[in-house]
Design a protein around this ligand. Sequence first.
Ligand code: AMP
Length: 308
Amino acid sequence: MGILVAGTVALDDVKTPFGKREKILGGSASHFSMAASFLAPVQIVSVIGNDFPKAHLDYLAAKKIDTSGIEVSEEKTFHWKGHYEYDMNVAHTDETILGVLTKFNPNLKEAQKNFPFLFLANIDPEIQMKVVNQMTNLSFVGLDSMNFWIESKQKSLWDVLKKADALFLNDAEIRELAQEASLIKAAKIVQKNGPKIVLVKKGEHGVLTVTKDFVFVAAAYPTEEVKDPTGAGDSFAGGFTSYLYSQYLQNKDNIYSMPVIKKAVIWGAAAASFCVEEFTTEGLEKTSIEQIKERCHDIHEFTSFEKH
Ligand code: AMP
């Protein structure tokens, strides 16, 4: 079966100090799927307009990502335009055109309702709720969002959070959502409302994981080549969720154990490091599963030390 991911499939315009690209393949579901495809079968639930190039769908399908759940509508494809300064941890949004999203009302097919893993990638929280409410056999629900939805649909976001096992937000987003400066306190506030695992993404500074039982501080892979960080968060989530899925296949009861969660975090961090090295999803496209494993090993080497 695998992972069902609901999110955006977009056309992005991105400018960084290292180049500028227009109408490239973007969207939370695209980045998530590319990163998850190494360890799990993935099917996307989304919507595009008839302006969306078929080549982009073929590109996803070439990675064995199932695109049959992407509806085609008359409106324009979701469009995000953004830029980064030299501090590439901060994305500056210049334009968001919702287009097809405004009328998207996903009606899942029976086979889709039965997936054991659901990832609600960054998209309107009302759409996230419609999707999760149709699922019948869930073992894991991950959820991502961003300032755009925290500011425009916060009540709906808190509602859908109740359905999530794991929440992925960056540091600024969780502070804004919880109205709390301390990341640990912010994670605990959010946990009271649902998710067992809170993953606070901190760009090149790694990820802070907070569960009821433990806190795990993980570094990012220190790559020298950062061209475009767009999609790094989604790629982290794709890597994390697919690792968890691979463990679920071996032992369904083990996915919330500390060693599995820690390894999933490091796998996600390694996958995300390939995303940032190129524009759009090209970094992940060129990567092999062996290269991701190597970077997991490197992260371990870079951060381990003898006890005092
Ligand atoms: P990330 O850098 O991981 O936060 O993801 C960036 C991707 O999210 C881009 O490819 C955008 O197309 C997509 N995106 C940007 N804004 C939104 C939004 N408001 N809702 C859903 N997806 C978005």
